[in-house]
Design a protein around this ligand. Structure first.
Ligand code: FMN
Length: 429
């Protein structure tokens, strides 16, 4: 297997958990894999381990004080140097400071400058781990694309037992390697994703919509970016925190179009579909819209208000049935894209979601076949707004059950679809 850590510039940030004694071993493993390493320690970390112990395996000095280097800007230079940051062990304090945007030492200041992938290996007593604020902070980190290397249950340094032991160092390295293996899976691919709820106005101030948070869709966006893909995001209404994210900082890997109504979303999809290798419909589009939008605010003079609704356009069906079939069928005129795009159109992979409250698998598979999709992700109403859930990945022949955080599910979906693309190209010879 390719060694993905070779020549990778790893900035290892260590804070003051007793698990810091395992860090020399971690450095040893990373060095053997060929990674270049710089270590930045909090002052408190060095109260629990002798800095010389780390410098012995590292063969260079450990960075501690931001102001040691009188001329330089170590917080900027180190953040620009690193390919990835690993925080191990990560204390509750370090996690909290990062979430609050604090920068009162070298490590936390680097964290504000760095824009790449960050792995966090928390270590703490189980009471600290279960603390409401610590869990809130961890959720914030996950939503902003940090990868949490979950601690394990077991004997803790303080003598108690429970959740909070830092992940074993060999497993930390294994997980980073696993991430780097997926990292390039979508290089050269453009993924068009619709996310969030649409709004259909009744009058200038009132609308109908739904409770979609945009969590699953944004997890897909973040995963696709982290796997090297170019993402075109057509974004409806999402929870406010869904707008944040380490990657949403003028990254040219990500183009965002904000839309409100289903019609606007449709126009944005039509305008961008010719660039897409993968289309993912994760948006919760209102199925109906008022037949007429009142120009004036509707007065509440009557007890009952009758509004006639009409169906909105089914964007996923349009992509699957009109766009893909029409352009690959020899009998249909190629009126959407030029002839040169024929093979490319055939390669377009389409993923839909099916939220069903009954006959989940059966209804989802019907939708998959009718809309000419490559994969459909079936799930249930409990998943709306939730952090994690149960999902069924369904294609023409198989169905696979997955349970977990939406961030992990997103990676699994993209891995599966990129594997389908590889199989397709191999079968074409
Ligand atoms: C012996 C000892 C062990 C500690 N272990 C942990 C730990 O495993 N996790 C943690 O979050 N805090 C732990 N703490 C508390 C932190 O050291 C403390 O919150 C400190 O302010 C964190 O500083 P830092 O994040 O800048 O390193 C420990 C403290 C002591 C005295």
């Amino acid at each position: 297997m390719k060694n993905f850590l070779k020549n990778k510039k790893v900035l290892l940030g260590i804070s003051s958990s007793i698990a810091v004694v395992k860090i020399p071993k971690l450095i040893e493993i990373l060095s053997k894999k060929g990674a270049e390493i710089e270590v930045v320690a909090t002052k408190n970390a060095l109260k629990l381990i002798d800095v010389k112990e780390i410098e012995k395996v590292l063969n260079k000095k450990v960075w501690i004080d931001m102001f040691d280097d009188k001329k330089g800007y170590p917080h900027i230079d180190l953040a620009k140097w690193a390919d990835l940051i690993l925080l191990a062990p990560a204390t509750a304090n370090l996690i909290g400071k990062i979430c609050s945007g604090l920068a009162d030492d070298l490590l936390t200041t680097i964290m504000l400058v760095f824009q790449g992938n960050v792995f966090v290996a928390p270590a703490m007593n189980f009471r600290m781990w279960n603390n409401f604020f610590v869990q809130e902070n961890l959720n914030k980190l996950i939503e902003t694309q940090f990868k949490i290397l979950e601690p394990q249950e077991g004997k803790l340094a303080c003598g108690e037992e429970g959740m909070g032991r830092m992940m074993e160092v060999a497993d930390i390295v294994f997980n980073i390697e696993k991430f780097l293996t997926n990292k390039n899976l979508l290089v050269g691919k453009t993924i068009l994703i619709t996310v969030g709820a649409t709004r259909e106005y009744l009058d200038p101030v009132r609308f109908i919509s739904n409770g979609s948070s945009g969590k699953m869709g944004m997890a897909l966006v973040k995963a696709a970016v982290s796997m090297g893909g170019k993402v075109i995001l057509i974004r409806g209404q999402c929870l406010r925190e869904m707008y944040s994210g380490a990657f949403v900082r003028g990254d040219d890997q990500l183009k965002i179009f904000n839309v409100e109504s289903g019609e606007e979303m449709f126009e944005a999809v039509k305008a961008n579909i010719d660039q897409a290798d993968i289309f993912i419909s994760a948006a919760a589009i209102c199925d109906f819209k008022p037949e007429k939008i009142s120009k004036q605010k509707i007065k509440k003079k009557n007890e009952i208000l009758n509004i006639k609704f009409q169906k909105t356009v089914d964007i996923l069906e349009w992509v699957g049935r009109k766009c893909k079939i029409k352009n690959t069928s020899p009998t249909c005129p190629n009126d959407l894209f030029g002839q040169k795009d024929l093979f490319w159109r055939e390669k377009l992979k389409i993923i839909g979601f099916a939220l069903e409250s009954e006959n989940l698998i059966e209804n989802a598979r019907k939708k998959l076949l009718f809309k000419n999709l490559d994969m459909i992700i079936a799930n249930q109403p409990e998943n709306i707004g939730a952090q994690e859930g149960e999902f069924w990945f369904i294609d023409k022949t198989t169905e696979i059950f997955k349970k977990g955080r939406k961030e992990d599910i997103a990676i699994e979906i993209l891995k599966k679809i990129s594997q389908q693309s590889i199989d397709f190209l191999e079968n074409k010879g």
